[in-house]
Write a protein that binds this ligand. Structure first.
Ligand code: C2E
Ligand code: CA
Ligand code: CA
Length: 705
């Protein structure tokens, strides 16, 4: 608790004044008491002596008690006299006097005096707060009697003292007030520099600003104290500046050491340690949020030979230039680190699900950017880069695994002929990763015209082509040809199938007229539809516009749909196909026999053709049971007045069996593989027996015997 000096001084002065005043009062009271006592004693002595003189003539043998009593009554003038007793020389009580106050204050008077009168000496003395005066009546050598006068002493003295106090009180209070004001003034004006100094030191304590100084004029203790404080502040300020500089140096040194520990000296890129630290924390985050992240492992191609032939200096210069080029291809949040020599790592973190696609795009950009040659020590140098890509999910969010997986993929890229990239594919995640890749790549595939239509012939029992099945082909930019069996299900799941189906319909309709010209007899062109297409309400209007645009005869177009796609969405498929039928198109049930055990639904479908699945055709040569199934399918179809087309016919034996058992139409490698429109004419002519099948100048002898 803070108590200021000025309040202490005020308290001290007041205490001192009070002490002095009390002392003074006490002394005054002593003095007053002495004067009072002496005055009273002399007064009583004189009165007693006078009264004794008056009593002397009355104390002879014939004592005149009446006279004595009347003399004693004169004592009534002295209000302090309580009582008086007159004794003869033998101490026999002669007469007494009692004051009025004594008489009224007692119902019954006590025995007076309360002490042995003979034991006290002549003169004045004090007994129990009363003044006792004993005087001899007559000369000492001839004593006729004694006069005892007893006066009130203590009570009047106390009263008198009290009166003294009361009378001196206003003066005492006045002095006290003046002293208090003086003390306050002292505290305020005399101690002001000290208070200011206190505030100044407090300010320094709070701000830690040691450059401030206390200004005080004069030659007293405060100026001496402020000079000393100012001197101390100067020293502290000096030391503080030095200390700060020292601390800054230390921090800089620590940062330098940290930088050396985390960054590569040549390229100033993060080093392996730093990269691993970031990778580990990002992996934890990605795992928690169920996100993926990618690591790209880069290894420059032919760097060693450049280093060996042109020297390390040239190698370093090349590395610096390569780093600058790579940096441009990255986004701000990507981390590029130098692992060692010509090996680099890139970390891509993104909540975007297309992160695999982004990684591939970045890898492609880096490869492309390094295709240009570099100027190194006035020489033109060509390098390239092999990139391995690994993702966190396949690497089970382990930092070591993801780096080693990216490394493995990088070696794969080197094996693939360098200057390319490879994705690490673990057994576990290859499929989902690839699906993700396909799904992302499909977006661009349509725009970049990566799809094509191939046609496969369908042949009647007269060995003439009477139909073609349009089958989509995809030459992907990232993995070459990808089978529709692989990408169609992905397109269905990612909702991209509808756009693909439209693309197919539009292209097949566009080819329609050209196809019809390839044969003397009409050719029915089949297209495959997916289960998702039948739910697409805008597809029928689209088909109608395309029909009109390319003047297609709907009676020569057949839509193929698998029985499961039809039956799983029965209502929607039924609505869709009834509209299609009304337009004049034909409908075929694809892959028949694989899905549903009960065939009773067949009566409810308004279709034209059943396509027997290739599985049954393939097993014709080996399984008698499958022969039975084919016989039944053909029999059932005919009873329902449906045409039958057998898929996957590869041998003459299969063909002959099918024809022998009433199958109207066949499709398979025995006749022709699916081919581009440009080659179709040759295929049709070959099958129809007009001219030999020549593709790229070589007769395809594998196809038919
Ligand atoms: P699918 O409709 O059953 O088509 C027949 C598949 O069997 C084709 O495979 C064809 O090349 C193949 N094939 C034909 N003859 C033989 C043969 O003798 N032996 C063997 N081993 N195979 C033969 P592709 O072209 O790979 O198509 C696979 C599947 O992809 C198709 O089966 C179809 O379901 C789907 N697909 C193809 N193109 C499209 C399309 O444009 N749209 C839709 N939605 N699906 C399509
Ligand atoms: Ca088909
Ligand atoms: Ca089929």
């Amino acid at each position: 608790m803070f108590i200021s000096i000025s309040s202490k001084i005020i308290a001290l002065i007041i205490a001192l004044v009070l002490l002095c005043a009390s002392g003074f009062l006490l002394l005054s009271m002593r003095e007053h008491e002495g004067i009072y006592k002496n005055t009273l004693f002399s007064h009583i002595s004189i009165s007693a002596d006078n009264l004794a003189q008056d009593l002397l003539p009355l104390m002879d043998v014939e004592q005149d008690r009446f006279e004595i009593s009347s003399k004693l009554l004169n004592l009534g003038e002295f209000p302090l006299v309580s009582y008086a007793l007159v004794y003869d020389k033998s101490w026999r009580l002669v007469e007494q006097y009692y004051s009025e106050s004594l008489m009224t204050s007692h119902v019954e008077l006590p025995v007076l005096p309360p002490f042995n009168v003979q034991s006290i000496s002549v003169g004045n003395s004090l007994h129990d707060g009363q003044l006792v005066s004993l005087t001899t009546i007559g000369d000492e050598s001839y004593i006729l009697g004694y006069l005892l006068i007893v006066c009130e002493y203590q009570k009047p003295l106390t009263q008198s003292n009290w009166n003294l106090i009361v009378n001196s009180m206003p003066l005492a209070l006045g002095i006290l007030t003046v002293m208090f004001l003086v003390a306050v003034w002292l505290g305020k004006y005399l101690l002001r520099p000290l208070t200011q100094l206190t505030e100044f030191t407090q300010k320094i304590k709070n701000s830690s600003n040691y450059s401030q100084r206390f200004e005080h004029m004069g030659h007293d203790e405060v100026s001496f104290l402020s000079d000393n404080i100012n001197a101390m502040l100067s020293r502290i300020e000096h030391q503080d500046v030095q200390h700060q500089k020292f601390a800054e140096d230390l921090i800089q040194q620590r940062l330098d050491i940290e930088h050396m520990g985390n960054f590569d000296a040549l390229t100033n890129l993060p080093n392996r340690k730093f990269f691993m630290d970031v990778l580990r924390s990002q992996l934890v985050k990605a795992k928690r949020n169920k996100n993926n992240l990618m690591v790209l492992f880069l290894d420059l191609d032919h760097f060693k030979s450049i280093n060996d032939s042109l020297g390390h200096k040239a190698g370093d210069e090349l590395l610096l230039k390569v780093v600058e080029v790579i940096k441009i291809q990255l986004r701000e949040e990507d981390v590029l680190a130098r692992l060692s020599g010509d090996k680099f790592l890139i970390l891509l973190t993104d909540v975007n699900e297309d992160i695999v696609y982004i990684a591939i795009k970045i890898a492609e950009r880096i490869i492309k950017s390094l295709e240009n040659s570099f100027e190194v020590m006035e020489l033109t140098v060509q390098t390239g880069v092999s990139i391995g890509i690994a993702d966190a999910i396949s690497s089970e969010y382990s930092s070591e695994s993801i780096i080693s997986n990216a490394d493995i993929a990088m070696y794969q890229a080197k094996e693939m002929g360098r200057n390319t990239y490879a994705l690490f594919k673990s057994q576990l995640h290859a499929l989902s990763l690839r699906r993700m890749l396909i799904s992302n790549a499909l977006v661009k595939a349509l725009e970049q015209e990566e799809f094509e239509i191939h046609y496969q012939a369908k042949v009647g029992i007269n060995n003439q082509v009477n139909g073609l099945e349009a089958l989509i082909r995809w030459k992907s930019c990232f993995d070459g040809a990808i089978s529709p069996q692989e990408f169609i299900p992905v397109a269905e799941k990612s909702g991209r199938i509808m756009a693909i189906s439209r693309w197919v319909i539009s292209h097949v309709f566009r080819d329609f007229q050209a196809i019809q010209k390839m044969s003397d007899t009409p050719i029915i062109v089949s297209l495959n539809l997916s289960a998702y297409d039948v739910s697409d309400e805008k597809l029928v209007p689209f088909i109608i516009t395309q029909l009109q645009l390319y003047s297609v005869n709907p009676q020569l177009v057949e839509f193929e749909i698998t029985e499961s796609a039809y039956l799983d969405n029965f209502d929607k498929a039924d609505t869709f196909f009834s509209q299609i039928r009304q337009l004049g198109f034909l409908i075929a049930l694809d892959d028949f026999g694989t899905g549903y055990s009960s065939m009773s639904y067949l009566t409810r479908l308004d279709i034209n053709t059943l396509k027997i699945d290739q599985y049954f055709v393939k097993s014709l040569d080996s399984s008698d049971k499958d022969k039975l199934i084919i016989d039944s399918i053909i029999g059932l179809a005919h009873k329902l007045k449906l045409n039958v087309c057998a898929e996957g016919v590869e041998t003459i034996g299969q063909k002959e069996y099918l024809i022998g058992h009433g199958c109207e139409q066949m499709q398979g490698y025995y006749y022709s593989k699916p081919c581009h429109l440009n080659e179709l004419m040759a295929h049709i002519s070959e099958i129809n027996g007009h001219s030999p099948l020549i593709i790229n100048g070589v007769k395809d002898s594998n196809l038919r015997g």
